[in-house]
Design a binder for this molecule. Structure first.
Ligand code: ZN
Length: 197
């Protein structure tokens, strides 16, 4: 199974760091890269091939940077997961897909479920914001494999405790969600996931 991971925003935060915490030295680009890198390691341990790209060029709009969508499509990824952190003061994760009744919707549901299962026990305020259609996100529209964009929590709310102290659990939850999706949809392909240990 080939998994393409896209931590949101620009590598190193230049020129786009995504959201920031109002007081702490905390930037979305760094959190997303941490979760993505750890997630990739778990998936590789489970036998997946993983490519990770954080880039200021999602779909050809900034040709000076490597193009996320093109790399995922050309590599032949089986699934695509973009990882972000939200802002606006809400609580909990939400996962976007092109269509909720398609394969991307299934993948979104698996990841959303594992995030809640893995993280909500630490903080009852970390609530389910659901899976949502967002066909205009270019990483969902222009990828040819099932694709999701997950917002793991809000950088400017009490979610920040989860985001900073449970990064490994977040990464593990995303990896387990991907594995669940694969097991549910491709039962003929064995995948040895031991992430719950
Ligand atoms: Zn973002």
């Amino acid at each position: 199974m080939r998994v393409f991971l896209n931590p949101g925003h620009a590598l190193g935060g230049n020129p786009d760091s995504g959201f920031s915490h109002p007081r702490l030295q905390l930037r979305e680009c760094n959190l997303a890269l941490t979760y993505g890198s750890l997630c990739g390691r778990y998936l590789e341990l489970a036998g997946c091939a993983v490519k990770l790209l954080q880039s200021h060029n999602l779909s050809g709009e900034n040709p000076g940077y490597p193009c996320v969508v093109d790399m995922a499509n050309q590599w032949g990824a089986d699934v695509f997961v973009s990882i972000h952190v939200n802002a606006g003061g809400g609580r909990g994760p939400e996962t976007y897909c092109y269509r909720t009744d398609g394969a991307g919707g299934q993948l979104a549901a698996c990841i959303q479920h594992q995030l809640l299962w893995g993280l909500a026990p630490y903080d009852r305020g970390y609530v389910d914001r659901g899976i949502k259609e967002h066909p205009s996100f270019c990483v969902l529209r222009n990828t040819i494999m099932p694709a999701v964009l997950v917002e793991v929590g809000f950088i400017d709310s009490d979610d920040v405790g989860i985001l900073t102290q449970h990064g490994d659990d977040i990464a593990r939850a995303i990896a387990q969600g991907i594995a669940d999706y694969w097991r549910d949809t491709k039962t003929s392909v064995p995948i040895d996931m031991l992430l719950g240990e």
